[in-house]
Design a protein around this ligand. Sequence first.
Ligand code: AMP
Length: 280
Amino acid sequence: MLIIEEVKAIQQQVWEWKQAGYSVGLVPTMGSLHAGHSSLIDKAVEQTDRVVVTLFVNPTQFGPNEDLDNYPRSFEQDKAICEKHGAAALFAPRTEQMYPEQAATRVQVSGLTSSLCGKSRPGHFEGVCTIVAKLFNCIPAHKAFFGEKDAQQLAIIKRMTTDLNFEIEIVGCPIIREADGLAMSSRNSYLTPQERKAATIIHKTLVQAQDQIAKGEKSTQKILHFIETQIAQEPLAEIDYIEAVAQETMLAVSEIQTGTLFAVAIRFGKARLLDNFIIK
Ligand code: AMP
């Protein structure tokens, strides 16, 4: 597996692969890789000939009081995971490579970014869109793979890709969970043993909510109320948001239908955890 730090070098490598007739897959990450990330790499390896995993803790998507400095980093382990899962290259640029001092351009998607995480984390999606657009220019892949755990991010990236005419197909990948249902996340490492145990309430509640919907409940309000009441019973949980929106527009919906996304962000101590389900 190639390890590449320079923008010019990864662009050249991708160009050579494309010239040779290979299809290229891209898996953007912030490192500290877990089975959620490796499921994306597996899917990319299944669907494309040469897979580039990117590892960059992107400073512009962190707010001033967020966890940029403490974000977990484990380069050697990440490298081993990428290699084991069949990545052809790991692109791990230094911050100055992606954001030279004079850099003054930001990518902003409107509308879709004003609810859910966009509301709780002002500027977050501007940072995400800026880095993803830059990565798409560094690695003009045929397909890029993103997790449905970050459902709003996925919708925004799809919009940006269409709007900016990137010729990249965006592939959404299902949420990978721990054995007890907690959605895998690099930030789960912030949880104390007590918080880790308490955090299982999120998935447990979302499964119960899905059961009620399967039995015929159509009101988003009733389901949101149910989720809120259940999670509020856990003293270590602090609700950031619990929302029901249309998967593609991120606008609130009152009646549950195909494409309705129930998304939650819940804090346990230092960790802010996301989870969701979509009515298929
Ligand atoms: P991150 O490193 O947290 O920025 O995540 C990189 C990519 O991995 C994003 O597309 C995430 O949505 C995806 N991802 C993170 N956790 C999971 C998970 N538990 N299941 C599936 N995809 C995930």
